[in-house]
Design a protein around this ligand. Structure first.
Ligand SMILES: C[S@@+](CC[C@H](N)C(=O)[O-])C[C@H]1O[C@@H](n2cnc3c(N)ncnc32)[C@H](O)[C@@H]1O
Length: 237
């Protein structure tokens, strides 16, 4: 009976066009070639052709590729992992010594996403999944960093694709805790809803701090912002 109820809920979700993390995971896990990152991404893309999906998809994916290829970031923070499409995309082009910390609020989703990252061929030394809220992850971040990262420069790339209402509080918390690399950090804000009040608030904050932030790219689906404080005087920081 439980199996029937689960199958019915899955079918209902599909009919209503709802994103189903279990169905995404099952499709990718079953149909991709394990250990082949390109096959994992292709299988995700195949799934999204016929099913509703929360992943950023190939269009934003190509923008991520370009940014990671350009920055070669050593420490990356992703807020909003879901089934790990964007995590895999980021990890694929990061330098071998790089590490991704990715945050997912829902523990079941976090487990399924982590499995997809492992299936893609990445090792736990290259990434860490934090199954908690972005606020909690950021406030406890020092305890998640490796010893050399604690004394290092901080995050040089942050991808926000979680809850737009959290974009500004999380950015302020990252600033407060000095977790953004002072010599340069790119922030990528995914814009799923252009009219979101949370998105407006974070962009207002960024535009109001021209001494440390500059918008380097403003597309319909994504805004790229460059953060830098090491050029500022002690007074203005
Ligand atoms: C749009 S999906 C992310 C898609 C993912 N970037 C990809 O391309 O595959 C947003 C995810 O963020 C998670 N989320 C929402 N609010 C969050 C929060 N405050 N902290 C952490 N994760 C959150 C949701 O559970 C959901 O899985």
């Amino acid at each position: 009976a439980a199996l029937w109820r689960r199958a019915a809920a899955w079918l209902l979700g599909l009919l209503r066009g709802r994103v189903c993390v279990r169905s995404t995971h099952a499709f990718v896990f079953t149909n991709c070639t394990h250990g082949k990152v390109h096959s994992v991404l292709e299988t995700f893309d195949l799934y999204t052709k016929t099913h509703p999906s929360a992943s950023v998809g190939p269009q934003i994916g190509e923008l991520l590729d370009e940014v990671v290829g350009r920055l070669r970031p050593l420490l990356v923070l992703e807020l909003g992992m879901h089934c790990a499409y964007s995590s895999v995309r980021l990890l694929r082009l990061m330098p071998p010594a790089g590490r991704l910390i990715t945050v997912e609020l829902d523990p079941v989703t976090a487990d399924l996403g982590e499995e997809i990252i492992l299936v893609s061929g990445f090792k736990h030394s290259q990434f860490q999944v934090l199954a908690c809220s972005s606020a909690e992850a950021i406030s406890n971040m020092p305890s998640h960093l490796e010893p050399h990262e604690k004394t290092g420069a901080g995050f040089s790339l942050v991808l926000m694709d979680h809850d737009p209402e959290q974009y500004l509080p999380d950015l302020l918390s990252l600033e407060r805790q000095q977790l953004l690399c002072p010599s340069g950090c790119s922030l990528l804000l995914v814009k799923r809803d252009q009219r979101s009040a949370g998105l407006g608030r974070v962009l207002d904050h960024i535009r109001g701090q021209a001494d440390r932030y500059s918008v380097t790219r403003d597309l319909q689906v994504l805004t790229e912002v460059f953060y830098r404080t090491d050029g500022l005087t002690a007074r203005s920081t």
